[in-house]
Write a protein of this length. Sequence first.
Length: 343
Amino acid sequence: MTRPSFSGRVLLPWTLGLALVACEKKQEPSDARPQTQAIRVDPPAPPKSPPAPAPPQNPPAQNPAPLLVLPESAYSARLAFDGEKLVLTTPLGVHILDAQGKVESRAAAFGHLARFDRGRIVFHRDGAFWSQALMPKRADKRLAPTKADPSLMSLKGTELAWVEPEAEAGQALFALGRTAPHLVYRSPGTISALHIEGDHAFFVEQSREGAWRIGRASLDKSAVVWTEPRRSRPPAMLTGSERALYYYEGLEGGVHELAFDFSADRVLVRDFICSPLAAAVDLFCASVTGVQRVPLDEAPPIPLATAQDGPIPFIVARATEIAWVSDVGPEKLAVRRLSLAAP
């Protein structure tokens, strides 16, 4: 019998072992799980909010037709409201304009200082102040004599104040008491603006050295209270409302709101022309370009009316409307009126 070779005895078991191992690996179940790739899913985008509404646009500036044209200078004319009527006083008479545009005119020699308030016209003539009812039924009433022709006057209700030149130098501020006029303040300089509010007279005093300040004096002759002196452009006009006093200090100084007790003085707008001016719920400024509304919350001015035919020497305002006098030619004036939209 032939025995297998040594190599045969060795290789055969080894080969069978490899085969068994290979079979076991093929039959052994795998514990590995299929790998999945994570997919990023973004949350849905929130719905887009609608665009913000555009800020409301101011209506375009208007150019209302004149209610009245007169062959007189515009620079001594003054306007005032009387209920639904508008009263124009000039050196030569009074003109009453109703809401429908009807005009009633009456000639009178008032002179260059004439103001209307609360049913009467106060004017200066023949060395004295006089009072005349808007619809006179009796003779004019003599109020107070003057030593010289006044340069300024202010009328508010029953209160009357005026400025006269002094014989030597300077000027004097007078007020009408219950029975006679009395001196309120004697200025060594010049009083260039005057306004009555409540029972006080407010005025601008210019010194000979060029400084100016605003004074407040009770009409019963109490001491004068002053703002700090300044060397800018002095205000040519003072006006007021129930809220405060207002003045214009030129382009750089701007438009000011001054508390009646002088405790606060804030600038409403700068680099802006505001002369003349009138106060109501807001401030109203006239210039060679027209009329603009200046909100008291320091918002930008709002154009209201154009001034296509000439400068505006005087403007008056109340909560619902404004009116102004325009210089429309040599010795020629026009009166315009404009209703106001809510601010």
